[in-house]
Design a protein around this ligand. Structure first.
Ligand code: G6P
Length: 609
């Protein structure tokens, strides 16, 4: 969602800010803007709806520059995507960029309208610019004025503020939305994530909730929510441009799909030994808590929820533990009855998803034994707020449609299942057998990637379709859900997943020649039942696309297309079978000419409710 980048420097900074915005594109946005102080008492601003290239064209036609500036990509919440709603918002000489939602913006707007201020946008953000301006009119400096205004804001925010009367200062604040300070030589930065600043600096300070930072080119001072000056640790990032460039790949999503064997290897690295999952992988506190776990509650959103839904089958079948999985937006607003001894697990690629973070905060009040995050971003809010963490090590994921984050989440979850299962009757032999399967996972996924060309051929038959049905049973049902989500989010074809046994309870009515049916059919104990379900589809003229285990007896025909995904053992099959579904969705999207890496209306990291 909204992305922020800003700098106080001694050099012209406009192009650095625009490059930062380009790096933040992946978060999802519908408009962009930049505001700069020219050092001669002028605040200059450019804003555009649409892509960053539109903003660049505007800047080429009407160049502006300065040594202090803030820039923003906006993902509309309050107010339609329009230039007047794009950030930075300005009041007098004050400019503000904001990510999050200011929940009390309406009463504040009324209060300041009564004072004579008029508003030019429909956003919740503008009120922050107005308030800071008003406090400055009363004689406060930028930092004090921003601090006073921020104290009155309710909701989630990351803010960057500059003003003409103090051209070498920028104020930044964080509460519930991500914001990082980048430390440079005679210049300092702020950004929504470190990726925006790769190439500019490798030294970062992650702000805590409630922190306000006062930045000049030479100094960064941070104050906590009580107003006391604090030192936050400096983190050295090793992220390089090479690691995050698209390289030979046409899209980030394709690159990330093909990175999965390596990403899985990294996720498993050092965590499996002597036929066991190493307890230390979860940290000391977790390993101690594991001895008391009697149930598991998983909370996540989107693709991460699907990973949790697969894990539920594993927790119950392998670890003999009752497991409940829920989307965070439902969990957080529902009364919870917490069973004694329940482990609370959040799953999140970004570690910043607002609902998952809020659910975690809620859970901490509810008596769960321990909170564990399965997350891809080490410095994220969810990691910081959890008792323990198992990092997925997928590397930066840029495509909005999650791929390598999903399969590495599954691998991490399977390790968690084994560590807990050992304490609940999972035999050493069975654990060793699954550990051996996990060790073959990178090769098996590499095998699934070799189906790319055939999946591209399948995709050609989906290009003109409006709907698709995905079927799976058991732990492959959530895999079907994830496959349908991939197709829907990047190709804009409506796709629905059904547990195959539910077919007769409704979706069978939809089957006709124009409705492709994709089925995940590994060689597990539910296979025969799935086959009967597929017969039902065939008998009604439906066209079937079956992903099957090498050993499965499935004969293709004109309207039954079968692809062999290798010979994955049952437990890791959900991970391996996810890969061809990602490739299928990718190729369909390419054929339909959609914006694969940044699908319309979607955001990579959903930092507002
Ligand atoms: C957004 C992204 C999805 C992601 C979901 C949860 O919807 O587009 O790809 O699965 O958020 O995000 P998280 O970072 O918590 O896994």
């Amino acid at each position: 969602m909204c992305g922020i980048v800003g700098s106080v420097s001694h050099r012209s900074i406009c192009s650095v800010l625009v490059e930062g915005l380009r790096r933040l594109e992946y978060r999802g946005y519908d408009s962009a803007g930049v505001a700069l102080l020219d050092g001669e008492g002028k605040l200059l601003r450019a804003r555009e709806t649409g892509k960053i290239r539109e903003l660049e064209q505007n800047l080429q036609a009407n160049p502006i520059d300065g040594k202090t500036g803030i820039a923003h990509t906006r993902w509309a919440t309050h107010g339609v995507p329009a230039e007047r709603n794009a950030h930075p918002h300005v009041c007098g000489g004050v400019a503000v960029v904001h990510n999050g939602i200011i929940e009390n913006h309406e009463p504040l707007r009324i209060e300041y309208q009564a004072k004579g201020y008029s508003f030019t946008s429909d956003t919740d953000t503008e009120v922050a610019a107005v308030m800071i301006h008003d406090y400055m009119q009363q004689g406060l400096g930028l930092f004090e004025a921003a601090t006073q205004a921020i104290a009155r804001l309710q909701g989630a925010y990351a803010l960057g503020v500059i003003c003409v009367s103090e051209p070498h200062r920028m104020v930044a604040a964080r509460n519930g939305s991500p914001l990082v300070v980048g430390l440079g030589e005679d210049e300092n930065f702020i950004a929504s994530d470190i990726y925006a600043l790769v190439g500019e600096t490798q030294r970062f300070v992650f702000l805590d909730d409630g922190d306000i930072a006062d930045l000049t080119p030479e100094n960064v001072r941070i104050y906590d929510k009580a107003g006391s000056a604090v030192e936050r640790p400096v983190t050295e990032s090793r992220m390089t441009l090479d690691a995050v460039e698209r390289g030979e790949y046409r899209h980030y999503m394709l690159k990330e799909i093909f990175e999965q064997p390596v990403a899985l290897e990294k996720t498993l690295d050092g965590r499996l030994a002597a036929g066991q999952v190493v307890d230390a992988a979860f940290g000391q506190a977790a390993a101690a808590a594991f001895d008391h776990i009697q149930a598991v509650q998983i909370v996540a959103c989107g693709t991460s929820f699907h990973a949790g839904s697969v894990a539920r089958y594993w927790f119950e079948s392998l670890a003999n533990l009752p497991c409940n999985v829920e989307v965070a937006s439902e969990f957080r607003y529902r009364k919870q009855v917490v069973r004694p001894g329940t482990l609370f697990v959040t799953i999140s690629q970004s570690g910043e998803t607002a609902d998952t973070l809020a659910a975690l905060k809620e859970a901490k009040q509810l008596g769960y034994v321990h909170t564990l995050a399965i997350c891809n971003v080490p410095q994220s809010s969810i990691v910081r707020d959890s008792d323990s963490v198992l990092l997925t090590r997928a590397g930066m994921e840029i495509g909005v449609a999650s791929t390598k984050a999903f399969t590495t989440q599954l691998a991490a979850l399977l390790m968690l299942v084994l560590a807990l299962g050992r304490r609940h009757g999972l035999t050493p032999e069975k654990e060793a057998a699954i550990v051996a399967q996990l060790q073959t996972l990178p090769q098996q996924v590499a095998g699934a990637l070799r189906l790319d060309a055939q999946l591209e051929q399948w995709a050609a038959r989906f290009g003109d379709k409006h709907h698709a049905l995905y079927l799976g049973r058991g732990s492959q049902y959530p895999v079907a859900m994830e496959g349908a989500l991939k197709l829907k989010e990047i190709s804009y074809i409506h796709a629905e997943a059904y547990a195959a046994g539910e077919l007769k309870h409704g979706p069978l009515a939809l089957i006709d020649a124009d409705m492709p049916v994709v089925a995940v059919a590994p060689n597990d104990e539910l296979l025969d039942k799935l086959k009967s379900n597929l017969q039902e589809v065939q008998a009604r003229g439906g066209e079937l696309y079956v992903l099957a285990d090498e050993d499965v007896d499935f004969t293709g025909s004109e309207r039954v297309h079968v692809l062999r995904v290798g010979k994955a053992a049952e437990e890791i099959a959900p991970i391996v079978f996810s890969v061809p579904l990602q490739l299928l969705a990718y190729h369909v999207a390419v054929i339909r000419g959609t914006d694969v890496d940044q699908p319309r209306n979607l955001a990579k990291s959903v930092t507002v409710e």
